[in-house]
Design a binder for this molecule. Structure first.
Ligand code: NOJ
Ligand code: CA
Length: 697
């Protein structure tokens, strides 16, 4: 990385001094002319398509603005921070230092959507200082990629800013054009589990990130954050027109963030692209996270799993012990047998431990994460699973009692280690703002899932799990900000409306996954739990999906731990389609998004990390469509057999023909064109089997 330094407030100030003179109006009232902010610094992306301009106005207020291909994307947008016990840092600032750097390197994901990730960006780091008064210093560092920007605040340790009690940020995102936004509401009771709204940009309320926007000129933007560590999550509160202000998630105390300088905020990120597929192809999110801190991570086990789960979600079995208890030794053995017979490495078991009897929702204080129920023979199941080449996936539901879980982490993970459990699904089922925190002095507090204290809790769980060589799949999590790069054992998470909503009334609508792909899934993997081939939730209620779409989701969704969510009995009725779930991998060397529009459709091609086969998944919303894809992603000079699982004649998510599926084979090669006919609420899944190449497993 090259760095160039220029330090010198006097020089910068000379450029910024304004000569505007106040006028009076007819009534003699002084009219303060608007003084155009003077550029204090500019920086471009490596390909020069993005230009970031930082300016200071006459009052010493810093702003940043972004143009793309010469057109404004973000108008001058404020920067700054408010404190609970000190004046805000927002005005009266001068620029006293500037460094630039550029980077172009590549790194390898231990597992992921791409094997190799290129990180090419220019960096501009600015130091501002208050001209008078407390004379506090604030750094803002921009990283400008060809496909977007990230910036963050950092605060050097200084006499007037040692402990920072942050009330909120003043960071703005002032979109330069109107457009359409896909967003879900922030700070509501049901955490992250809301459907996406599609509204004009200037009709958004307070949104969670990722918020995706299609601007009037067609430019796509996705606003999010990266490397959310020891800080509160950022939401976006629309202040006026197309302007949004960062709104940090609260905590139990008055400051939303308490930090001791020196410290840095997470990166505030905006991915920019000509089209929706380009948003997903960006690596900006991962590149703004620190490299792997765990060293050798060969012990981390990506893989598919089945589970003692869907029957509970549907209400046929219970987590609690009793006549309908799901996690009995006999039931778990059935799932182990099914997994072994179908080369699925993992079996999730929920409701295996003491603590579920009674009201566990919002109260996990009875949960014991190393004590199985009497009808769950842990030693026997460990032996039985191991003999069949299967491992159990653990489950720790905290009911939101996070401190109670904290106190048990070492016990929970040593239990997992001793029972050959490589992955634990965690859970935090309680309403937003109702996480129970108990301090060392016994004080009980209520926290938000995405507040600073919980950001630290989730990471503490992941870090402690790593000591025991256990991976984590968090449900009711904090949002994904790319920390899987730094802590690869943070395998996956939920954080949105997953398959479980299809068990209940108010099912996910057909556009849900096409919304999620271009919003939440830009942030990272989701444990969505696809593959309900019965297409039935509780009481036989139908899913709003075709059978082929369930298969396509295995390629569309990236998650290194991916569930085959239906029951063995149900899969037994759909073994022809289930073959695709058996075959599809969870780890990829390449990913291409071939087409897509937010909330409408998307087609994804991915190459097996452990072999030469390619896979394709294509999904649509309620609209039927015919998509043409060029098979340019296939390797040249190689013949493939395409194993196609497509919507059959008359397939439709609204009728019993949702099960109509056609499975066929054809020979293809690079450069061929395929037509994908997607039914209403439908999809298509294809495995491209490379001729003469056995899978390396
Ligand atoms: C909600 C999770 O999303 C679901 O997967 C789990 O089964 C229940 N909580 C119980 O922990
Ligand atoms: Ca959930």
């Amino acid at each position: 990385m090259m760095k160039h330094y220029t330090i010198g407030g006097a020089l910068a100030l000379a450029l910024l001094t304004s000569t505007a003179i106040a006028q009076t109006d007819a009534n003699g009232v002084a009219q303060i002319p608007t003084v155009a902010a003077q550029p204090a610094a500019t920086a471009t992306s490596p390909d020069k398509s993005l230009v970031v301009t930082i300016a200071l106005d006459n009052d010493g207020r810093p702003t940043y603005a972004v143009t793309r291909k010469g057109k404004p994307v973000l108008n001058p947008s404020k920067l700054g921070v408010m404190f609970t016990d000190a004046p805000k840092i927002e005005r009266n600032l001068e620029l006293i230092g500037k460094t630039t750097a550029s980077a172009d390197s590549s790194w390898t994901q231990p597992f992921g959507e791409w094997k190799t990730i290129r990180d090419r960006h220019n960096e501009l780091a600015l130091r501002f200082r208050e001209k008078t008064g407390l004379k506090r210093e604030m750094d803002v560092t921009f990283r400008i990629f060809d496909d977007g920007i990230g910036f963050r605040y950092s605060f050097p340790d200084q006499p007037n800013l040692h402990q920072a009690n942050i009330a909120d940020e003043l960071t703005e995102f002032a979109f330069a054009q109107n457009g359409t936004a896909w967003w879900k509401p922030a700070l509501q009771w049901n955490r992250e589990e809301y459907l996406y709204e599609k509204t004009p940009l200037d009709a958004v309320g307070t949104a969670q990130t990722v918020m995706t926007v299609k601007l009037a000129d067609g430019t796509h933007a996705a606003v999010h954050e990266a490397a959310l560590i020891d800080y509160a999550a950022m939401n976006l509160a629309r202040s006026e027109g197309n302007t949004f202000k960062a709104a940090l998630t609260p905590g139990a105390g008055a400051p939303k963030v308490v930090r001791t300088a020196p410290f840095a905020s997470p990166w505030r990120t905006v991915i920019l692209s000509d089209d929706a597929p380009g948003l997903y192809m960006s690596h900006l999110e991962l590149n703004l996270n620190e490299p792997n801190k765990l060293g050798d991570v060969s012990w981390i086990k990506p893989g598919k799993f089945v589970g003692v789960w869907w029957n509970m979600i549907k209400g046929d079995w219970t987590w609690a012990t009793g006549p309908k208890h799901g996690a009995t030794t006999a039931n778990v053995k059935t799932y182990i047998d099914f997994a072994a017979a179908n080369r699925i490495p993992g079996v999730l078991v929920e409701g295996w431990n003491v603590g579920w009897n009674g009201d566990w929702f919002g109260n996990g204080n009875d949960m014991q994460f190393d004590q199985p129920t009497p009808d769950f023979d842990a030693a026997e199941l460990y032996r039985y699973a191991k003999a069949k080449g299967v491992y159990l996936v653990g489950h720790n539901e905290t009911g939101g009692s996070a401190s109670h879980y904290d106190a048990q982490l070492d016990r929970a993970f040593s239990y997992a280690r001793d029972h050959g459990i490589p992955v634990i699904k965690t859970g935090y089922v309680t309403d937003a703002g109702q996480i129970e925190r108990v301090d060392a002095d016994g004080t009980r507090k209520r926290e938000w899932h995405e507040g600073q204290w919980m950001a630290n809790h989730y990471l503490r769980v992941v870090q402690t799990a790593a000591k025991y060589k256990v991976g984590i799949d968090s449900h009711e999590p904090i949002k994904d900000t790319g920390l899987r790069r730094t802590y690869p054992n943070w395998l996956s998470r939920e954080g949105g409306r997953g398959m479980e909503y299809n068990a209940w009334p108010g099912k996910n609508p057909p556009n849900h996954e096409a919304n999620m792909f271009f919003t939440q899934w830009l942030g990272g993997p989701m444990d969505f739990t696809p593959g309900v081939l019965s297409l039935e939730g509780s009481g036989g209620s139908p899913l709003l999906s075709t059978e082929a779409k369930q298969l396509a989701l295995y390629v569309v969704i990236y998650s290194p731990v991916t569930m085959a969510a239906d029951t063995p009995e149900n899969y037994a009725k759909h073994m022809d389609a289930f073959q695709f779930i058996r075959d599809v991998p969870v780890d990829w060397s390449e990913t291409r998004v071939l087409n897509g529009e937010v909330g409408e459709y998307v087609t994804v091609a991915r190459k097996d990390r452990a072999g030469e086969d390619w896979y394709l998944g294509s999904i649509t919303n309620e609209a039927p469509r015919m998509l043409t894809v060029a098979l340019n992603f296939l390797d040249s000079g190689r013949n493939y057999t395409a194993e196609v699982y497509r919507d059959g004649a008359g397939a439709d998510y609204r009728t019993s023909a949702r099960h109509a599926i056609a499975i066929e084979k054809r020979s293809v090669k690079k450069g061929d064109t395929l037509s994908l006919a997607l039914a209403p609420g439908g999809g298509q899944a294809i495995r491209f089997v490379a001729a003469g190449k056995a899978r390396r497993r």
